[in-house]
Design a protein around this ligand. Sequence first.
Ligand SMILES: [Zn+2]
Length: 259
Amino acid sequence: MGVLPRTTAAISAAGALLLLAVVGSTVGGSSEPALGAVTSSANAVAAEPVQLRTSAATTLTRPVFTGPTASTSRVVYLTYDDGPSRYTPKILDLLKAYRANATFFVVGSQVRTREATLRRIRNDGHLVGNHSWNHPLLTRLSPAQVRSQFRRTDAAITAQGLPQPRCERPPYGGFNTLVRRISTQRRQSMIIWTIDTRDWALPGARVIVRRTLGNVRNGSIVLMHDGGGDRRQTVAATRAILRGLHDRGYTIASLPMCR
Ligand SMILES: [Zn+2]
């Protein structure tokens, strides 16, 4: 696996430190369970610059999130995609035990079968983002289809009493100018990640833990999956990751841009 672009940079704007969450990974590879050979193309489109709305109305050229300032404690953002599933409650139990918060990017069609779990995510204090209706590569869809993917998922989430999601993550991290524009029009922030654990490939819990703890830094956004297959490794890894981050003094929080 080659070394991917890793250009985490920091700029000062309006007194805040903005950390650029660069598309790609510190540990190599593309994202998520692949349907066919989409990962390479997803990577290619994901390398395009993206403009996002920020709280400071600052227009930047890459996925961005407002990270902590130097004066705050160190923070890590754990994110879980493709749920809710039967593994989600186990992850919620672990998060609760460590008083940690995470962000769950849910698939709309999954919500119908796990409505109580979705509500528990919110009731436990975590945040929910939009991860499309049925996980297509959005770059292959028409504008109307992309809007439908996001709109239907928003509706499934709000139907359970949750607020309108403020952020979304495109399946496979794949986006282009069209997807970017639609996200902006829908006033949702696009969130990618900085650490791709590739947990979906079932490398073993220890590997998932090492990829996370070995690459973590202040402001890291960690990609894992609570749905889409057998997630026992992810559950086991989550336990060790929480312990490791806790021991290192990290605060484990939901993404502020999803609030
Ligand atoms: Zn996904």
